[in-house]
Design a protein around this ligand. Structure first.
Ligand SMILES: [Zn+2]
Length: 331
């Protein structure tokens, strides 16, 4: 048997969660409704997928799914009939009630493989209120061997009624060395320290930043923010250029910059000047911004990120973001 399809080994920081899931299986108490929560970029989805694959695996005597049985092959090809993923139609948009109705219909049919059925809903906090209510009914009357896994980096945005129905598995950031070892083993092309710094400690985010184009796009975003402060960019004009590429990721990039500037001001990080172009406050006009204003802007970014996809006018959202940035007070 080939090892070619064997699932990748889980990173060390996911192993406690993995253990917990396996113990639930060993003791016959697999959570019918599970919420995997924790910051972005830790591998919540990764863990959920390996868990789903293991439950569906037909040779599941191993710790990890075998990767070669018919069930695993279907799963890895994205065609397992007893596995479902519910996600926004477009990134950042809400998950509507139609998606949940389709799911409920699917779950009313017999499973194809006579084993578990697993549904992952991600990101669960983007369920709109009707979708959440429809899902709640399903969670209140669970079908046997049917597991619903909710994934969220912002579980506080989920209705309490839904939260109370779920068992929770909370992932937290790995220690720095664990993350650096993992990034190094993945063969990242940039300095793993810098990538991790930019990703504020989330290894998968750091890995994503290393992928072609991402760091360059982030550089552009950060550079143009600095140009606004320097008075060489007009926020309204720039908003027009940002509008087509604006999404949650862009806000994340801005947040990595603001986070870095806050930490530099607090003396919690040392300026790093190199390929990743982390900007030190002294050379960028950031020095003039008060720490309070930066914290305020951070909160504003979190708020803005929540508003993406909620039928907000993107152009107005970007304009507000850039005008506010220009107006941040000195101190
Ligand atoms: Zn298998």
């Amino acid at each position: 048997m080939t090892q070619a399809h064997a699932p990748e080994e889980l990173p060390a920081w996911l192993l406690p969660g993995w253990e917990w899931l396996n113990q639930s299986l060993a003791s016959g108490r697999v959570p019918a409704a599970l919420l995997i929560q924790g910051p972005q970029g830790l591998g919540k989805t990764w863990l959920a997928r390996v868990w789903a694959q293991k439950l569906l695996c037909q040779a599941s005597v191993h710790a990890l799914p075998c990767g070669v049985c018919p069930s695993c092959l279907l799963f890895l090809a994205g065609n397992h009939p007893d596995y479902g993923l519910v996600e926004p139609v477009e990134p950042g948009k809400v998950i509507g009630v139609d998606a949940i109705r389709q799911l409920i219909h699917k779950l009313s049919l017999k499973p194809q493989y006579n084993g578990y059925r697993v549904v992952v809903i991600e990101p669960a906090h983007l369920l709109n209120i009707n979708a959440a209510n429809a899902l709640l009914k399903t969670l209140e009357e669970p079908s046997p061997y049917t597991l619903i896994i909710l994934i969220s980096a912002a579980p506080h945005k989920l209705p309490v009624t839904l939260l109370s129905r779920c068992q929770k598995l909370t992932l937290s950031r790995p220690d720095q060395q664990q993350a650096l070892d993992w990034l190094t083993a993945r063969g990242v092309s940039q300095n793993p320290h810098i990538l991790l710094e930019l990703a504020y400690g989330s290894p998968l985010t750091a890995l994503g930043l290393d992928e072609t184009g991402h760091l360059q796009k982030r550089d552009r975003i950060i550079r143009e923010l600095l140009e606004i402060r320097a008075g060489t960019q007009d926020p309204v004009q720039l908003a027009g250029q940002w509008e087509p590429l604006f999404n949650e990721e862009v806000i994340e990039w801005i947040m990595t910059g603001v986070n870095q500037w806050i930490r530099l001001k607090l003396g919690l990080a040392s300026p790093v000047q190199d390929t990743a172009r982390l900007t030190s406050p002294s050379d960028s006009g950031i020095e003039a911004i008060s720490i309070e204003a930066l914290f305020g802007y951070w909160d504003f970014l979190i708020q803005t990120r929540q508003n993406i996809g909620h039928n907000m006018n993107t152009r107005l959202l970007v304009e507000a973001l850039l005008i506010r940035w220009q107006a941040l007070e000195s101190g």
